[in-house]
Design a protein around this ligand. Structure first.
Ligand code: GDP
Length: 138
C-alpha cells in the first residue's frame, strides 16, 4: 500500500541551488510526486508548523531560518514513505548523516539541514494539509 510523506526543501538548499539535485534523488529512490510547489513560510506559518518544538532552545532560530526565503513543499508517495524518506535524508545533524544521504550531501549544519521529512503517517497528513489544498494533490 502506498503511504504519504511531506517533504520540504529548506531555504538553505533552495539558496544553494540544490532543488533539482534533491528532486532527482527523491524520484530515483522510488517516491512519486503527488503535490509540488515553491512557496515561502511567514514567521507565523513557521511557528505553527514547528509548534511541537516551541519549548526548545533553538525554536527562534528555527523559525527565523525556515521563514527567511522560499522553500519547496512536496507530497510524496511510496510504500513505507515516512521511514524510507527519513532513511534517504539521513540524521538531523549532517555530521552524523550516513554517506549518500541528502543531508550528508547538501546540509550545512544541524539547523540548516536542507530537507524536512514527516516523522509519522499522522503528521504527514497534517503537514500535507498545511501546505496543499485538495485540488493541488494528485
Ligand atoms: P528532524 O526530524 O530530523 O527534522 O529533527 P527534529 O524534529 O529534531 O528538529 C526539527 C528541525 O529543527 C531540524 O530539522 C533542524 O532544522 C532544527 N534543529 C534541530 N536541532 C537543532 C539545534 O540543535 N539547533 C538548531 N539551530 N536547529 C535545530
Amino acid at each position: 500500500m502506498a503511504h504519504t510523506t511531506l517533504m520540504m526543501i529548506k531555504p538553505d538548499a533552495v539558496e544553494n541551488g540544490h532543488i533539482g539535485r534533491i528532486l532527482e534523488k527523491v524520484t530515483a529512490a522510488g517516491f512519486q510526486i503527488k503535490g509540488l510547489k515553491l512557496t515561502q513560510l511567514s514567521k507565523n506559518d513557521a511557528e505553527r508548523f514547528y509548534e511541537v518544538h516551541q519549548e526548545r532552545p533553538f525554536f527562534g532560530e528555527l523559525v527565523a531560518f525556515m521563514s527567511r526565503g522560499p522553500i519547496v513543499a512536496a507530497v510524496l508517495e511510496k510504500e513505507n514513505a515516512v521511514s524510507d524518506f527519513r532513511t534517504l535524508i539521513g540524521a538531523t545533524n549532517p555530521a552524523e548523516a550516513a554517506e549518500g544521504t541528502i543531508r550528508k550531501l547538501y546540509a550545512t549544519s544541524i539547523g540548516e539541514n536542507a530537507v524536512h521529512g514527516s516523522d509519522s503517517d499522522e503528521n504527514a497528513e497534517i503537514e500535507a494539509a498545511f501546505h496543499f489544498a485538495g485540488r493541488e494533490r494528485f
